[in-house]
Design a protein around this ligand. Structure first.
Ligand SMILES: CC(C)(COP(=O)(O)OP(=O)(O)OC[C@H]1O[C@@H](n2cnc3c(N)ncnc32)[C@H](O)[C@@H]1OP(=O)(O)O)[C@@H](O)C(=O)NCCC(=O)NCCS
Length: 212
């Protein structure tokens, strides 16, 4: 599914269960020691997805360990992103000389937990979501919104190494499956407008940001 959200030149791989996890490199296995079984399974399946992306780019398998802030450290010359949620794991990657930043996020479809919306939106954004819901009540707009902001963060962080709060961006979703996030920071170190795409099925919401 996720390839529908990506421009040409970005490789992707996804899995809907943990039937084919990657054999872990020793440093990855050490990282997972003592972690809960669910986390270990998601981690290993996401690594299988990431290794398939690397293979599609002609790159050798490599460990994907978290760097500062938790962002996965891709081999030199590669940018990429990883997501996992119940029933879905995915990775995307591209050569760093053609793609500047990638961010993907997956979420279970359905409403956000109580109290979350107020933390991640401004009043104009909530009005935007009410208008979308009134025109199309079947799409889980709040979940798409949350996921899109997380995808923006995953594209933002590896390029800047700095925190970005949910209220630091104003997000607009289009029913046509696109979104635009505009950061309102005093002097952003990168282009403050992120364009992305989203899709929603009965069970999943998936979002992606790819910046050339
Ligand atoms: C980091 C964050 C985005 C992860 O999202 P999530 O829905 O909890 O989890 P997902 O399963 O989708 O993604 C987890 C993967 O994200 C990646 N990731 C973690 N931190 C990251 C970061 N700082 N930058 C980029 N990718 C990151 C990792 O690959 C991780 O998987 P791994 O640990 O197996 O390698 C989220 O926990 C977070 O901190 N959000 C707050 C910041 C934010 O979203 N701001 C919005 C700005 S508009």
């Amino acid at each position: 599914m996720i390839e529908r959200l990506l421009p040409p030149g970005v490789t992707s791989s996804e899995a809907f269960d943990d039937a084919a996890p990657a054999p872990l490199f020793p440093a990855e296995a050490a990282l997972m020691e003592g972690r809960r079984a669910r986390r270990r399974r998601q981690f290993a399946t996401a690594r299988a997805c990431a290794r398939r992306c690397l293979a599609a780019l002609g790159r050798a398998p490599a460990p994907l360990l978290p760097g500062p802030g938790g962002a996965p450290q891709w081999p030199a010359g590669v940018v990429g992103s990883i997501t996992h949620c119940d029933g879905y794991r995915a990775a995307v990657a591209a050569p760093a000389d053609t793609v500047a930043a990638l961010g993907i996020d997956a979420e279970p479809a359905g409403p956000l937990p109580p109290g979350v919306l107020g933390l991640i939106t401004s009043e104009p954004e909530r009005a935007h979501l009410r208008a979308l819901a009134s025109a199309d009540p079947d799409t889980p707009w709040e979940r798409v919104f949350f996921s899109a902001k997380e995808a923006v963060y995953k594209a933002w962080y590896p390029a800047t190494g700095t925190w970005l709060g949910f209220r630091d961006a104003t997000l607009a979703l289009s029913p046509a499956g696109t979104f635009t996030a505009t950061l309102h920071l005093p002097s952003p170190p990168v282009d403050p407008v992120y364009e992305g795409r989203w899709l929603a099925t009965e069970t999943l919401v998936i979002t992606a940001v790819a910046r050339g």
